[in-house]
Design a binder for this molecule. Structure first.
Ligand code: NAD
Ligand code: IPM
Ligand code: MN
Length: 353
């Protein structure tokens, strides 16, 4: 019997609540099946809680979560009633930054030919992963305004790139390639226009690449990469890029693999813990309608199992998601008529069989 793993579950806002309910059921069913002891602790943080109490997710509590849990399952955060986006900053970005979850792994895996929006492409063409740097870049909040609210207003926001931050994400991307017997890693950058930051990226990339002679290292400008992901996705195996580019490219790439309803992610610090969450947000346009696709959250639960050291449980969840897709038990975004609950129940029942 393995030691109990403690998981913090933060459903958050909007459809985050609906899809996390199904992902929790899936992970619990997989744990039972594989004799894994999981202690799931649901935490109330999110915009609703903030509007009621004035508490987003304070730093001390973020650090406590980091100490007390082995993993975190997050839904989504973002609510139009919190216009300064404080809750997402404190919960989503706060956890990534304070817990130093420097790898944002976003797999782009087409599960069935019929799910892609690309003409003539099939499952073997769309199988890559994005390694998104997750602790610096444009996201540090360093900057300020002068003459705010006037026509003289000046706004400054700094991009941060450190040797250490760049080195560890690039190293992680090459290590992943080697571990998974992949032969290509592509760094996506914008060195032509942002030379200081992406000059550092390219120098570190070229240096690290030398340690992996069996991996072909290539470099691509981000605008070209956005085009190539649509034109010829089969050329990519591992993409490594900065925080903002990774954010944008992962939504773009999700659309060639079935959309945001299927896009999962893991925020990882290999030394400490992992936070898994769907790539999508709280989707206010469909929140409360019962039609959000829970499969991205279920696939995120699979990533959580995998990163906690339970690959068989991860495969069990992945297979149940595939079964839902292949039997047409899907929500309207995938052309089906099922509700979030129905799809979630199908996944949990398939796991338990
Ligand atoms: P979104 O990802 O919430 O939604 C984009 C579009 O995709 C919407 O039309 C939505 O209905 C659809 N969609 C997303 N997930 C779906 C699912 N599971 N099933 C079916 N359809 C789905 O992006 P947005 O509308 O730009 O952002 C809404 C809020 O979410 C904002 O406040 C934003 O800041 C926040 N957000 C949070 C996270 C996160 O918590 N990690 C990620 C992205 C956006
Ligand atoms: C994501 C989201 C976040 C990001 C937002 C909510 C700050 O879009 O996880 O992709 O930009 O990283
Ligand atoms: Mn995003």
């Amino acid at each position: 019997m393995t030691q109990t793993k403690r998981i913090a579950v933060i459903p958050g806002d909007g459809i985050g609540v609906d899809v996390t309910r199904e992902a929790t059921a899936a992970i619990s069913a997989a744990a039972t099946k594989h004799n894994i002891l999981l202690d799931l602790d649901e935490l109330p943080y999110g915009s609703e809680y903030y509007l009621r109490t004035g508490i987003g997710l304070p730093r001390e509590e973020r650090l406590r979560i980091g100490r007390d849990y082995d993993g975190i399952l997050l839904g989504a955060v973002g609510d139009p009633r919190v216009p300064d986006n404080r809750t997402a900053r404190e919960i989503v970005l706060g956890l990534r930054f304070d817990l130093d979850l420097y790898i944002n792994l976003r797999p782009i895996l087409l599960i069935a030919d019929g799910l892609t929006s690309l003409k003539g492409k099939s499952v073997q063409d769309i199988q890559f992963v994005i390694f998104r740097e997750n602790t610096e870049g444009s996201y540090g909040g360093i900057g300020g305004q002068q003459h705010a609210g006037t026509t003289s207003e000046i706004a400054l926001g700094q991009i941060v790139a450190t040797w250490r931050g760049t080195h560890r994400i690039i190293r992680a991307a090459f290590e992943y390639a080697e571990k998974h017997k992949l032969t290509r890693v592509c760094v996506v950058h914008k060195q032509n226009a942002i030379p200081h930051v992406y000059g550092l990226w390219l120098r570190v990339f070229r240096q690290v690449a030398q340690d992996y002679p069996n991996v072909e290292a290539s470099e691509m400008l981000v605008d070209r990469a956005a085009m190539e992901i649509i034109r010829a996705p089969e050329q990519f195996q591992v993409i490594v890029t900065s925080n903002l580019f990774g954010d944008i490219l992962s939504d773009l790439a999700a659309m060639i693999a079935g959309g945001l309803g299927l896009a999962a992610s893991a925020n990882i610090n290999p030394e400490t813990l992992v936070l898994c969450e769907p790539v999508h947000g709280s989707a206010p346009d469909i929140a409360g309608k019962g039609i959000a696709n829970p499969l991205a959250a279920c696939l995120s639960a699979a990533l959580l199992m995998d990163n906690l050291g339970f690959p068989e449980a991860a495969v069990t969840i992945d297979n149940a998601v595939r079964a839902a897709i292949f039997s047409g038990c899907v929500t309207p975004d995938l052309g089906g008529t099922k509700t979030t609950r129905q799809v979630g129940a199908f996944v949990a029942e398939t796991i338990s069989k």
